[in-house]
Design a binder for this molecule. Structure first.
Ligand code: ZN
Length: 407
């Protein structure tokens, strides 16, 4: 993934980079950008976040709140006045009783108690969906992270990379696995690239793809850069999701898990033509063979293990799919970890977005204070938590379930 790029100028690629930079710079805008004039430009229903970018309003909670005092004051203002005080108090009591009953019923139908400590009451529509919580074994997922990291740096073309490929495949024995193998010619030479796809069929038409890259950055190959969060956490998450999907044919869409390769840029800072090799190849292949028309949603996981988890809303992602992720997060009580910040992210979802596939990047692009751990030797297992894997794993599975319900 890339959040920050350079300021060079010249080629068409660099023009694209400049556009990206403009969005990046928006993230760093200061108070003067949040002027009243700018606020006026914000579309209705949005407000400006701390970044200066619009942040989607959260769940309308503030608009739904009932204030007895406001009710009383309005009634007084309307001319009913204190003379009707007793009548108003009686009406308030009735309303309070009604609201209390409503909340009791709504809470009883919301997400399970073990997950619902932060949950807002489920909507009637959400309550109609099956109430069994998605299962996710976070401690096992964390064990997978540690095992992947234990192989050491895994840049494309390396022995460690081959070991991690075999490690992933060894966890998919008995599953339907497709391997998409090809060779790239980068400025640094020729490299093998290996995408791994595990397919779990469903009873409904349509495919939901959940993806993660598993390589570490090639330019950082000699500094013992381990990518515990960047690549290992999300790849481990997919291995545990596979455990949940394995077995009976699922009621819903097919789910394909994709461990994609060569996401990382061959040059630093980020270089668009020399990155995202695996997904670019696969998106084109699926476009050529017609598979892409069946892909209902592409959910990307990247940098999701950070113990201080704040998944960002991404402006390149499909808006309704991001909204669905927030709905899923709310249903399972984890919404406080989602979408406090809005970013513009170039990542593995982009080749699918470009082909009209609804896609979303589940990413926390602020890893350590001011992203200080990202692409450094500090990206190690001790910065991660099983809880974060549980949050993203559960929300991902819940999103899949909500996608199953869509026509
Ligand atoms: Zn990376």
């Amino acid at each position: 993934m890339v959040l920050i790029s350079s300021n060079e100028s010249g080629s068409p690629n660099q023009a694209a980079k400049r556009r990206k930079n403009a969005a990046q710079q928006a993230l760093r805008r200061t108070e003067k950008d949040r002027s009243p004039e700018r606020a006026k430009e914000t579309p209705p229903g949005h407000r400006l976040g701390a970044t200066g970018l619009p942040v989607l309003r959260k769940l309308h909670v503030e608009n739904l709140g009932f204030s007895p005092w406001r009710y009383f004051a309005n009634a007084a203002k309307d001319g009913n006045g204190p003379r009707n005080e007793r009548k108003l108090i009686s009406q308030m009591k009735t309303l309070t009783t009604f609201l209390a009953c409503f909340l009791i019923v709504a809470c009883a139908r919301s997400a399970p108690a073990t997950l619902a400590t932060n949950a807002t009451p489920a909507t009637p529509q959400a309550a109609a969906i099956a109430d069994t919580p998605p299962a996710f074994n976070a401690s096992r997922a964390m064990q997978y992270v540690k095992e992947i990291v234990a192989f050491g740096p895994r840049p494309i073309g390396s022995e460690n990379h081959k070991k991690v490929e075999n490690y992933i495949l060894s966890h998919l024995k008995g599953d339907t696995v497709e391997q998409d193998n090809f060779e790239i010619t980068a400025s640094e030479g020729k490299f093998p690239v290996h995408n791994i796809i595990a397919k779990f069929p469903g009873t409904r038409d349509g495919i939901i793809v959940i993806a993660s890259h598993y390589d570490t950055n090639w330019p950082l190959r000699n500094i013992n850069y381990l990518g515990a969060n960047d690549g290992a956490s999300s790849s481990a998450l997919l291995l545990e999701i596979a455990n949940q999907l394995r077995g009976a044919r699922r009621e819903g869409c097919s789910v394909w898990l994709l461990w994609d390769d060569a996401e990382e840029s061959m040059k630093l800072p980020w270089d668009d033509p020399e990155s995202l090799y695996g997904v670019r190849h696969l998106a084109q292949k699926w476009q050529d063979d017609g598979t892409i028309k069946k892909v209902k949603a592409f959910l990307l996981e990247d940098l999701i293990g950070d113990a201080d988890l704040n998944v960002d809303r991404d402006q390149q992602s499909t808006v309704w799919l991001e909204d669905l992720i927030l709905q899923a997060a709310t249903r399972v009580g984890y919404q406080s970890h989602f979408f406090a910040r809005t970013i513009y992210e170039t990542d593995d979802h982009v080749p699918f977005i470009q082909r009209g596939v609804p896609a979303a990047d589940l990413i926390d692009a602020d890893y350590g204070y001011n992203n200080v751990f990202w692409h450094t030797t500090q990206d190690t297992v001790d910065k991660l938590s099983a809880k974060s894997l549980a949050i993203v794993g559960t929300v991902t599975l819940e999103t899949v379930r909500l996608l199953d319900q869509r026509p």
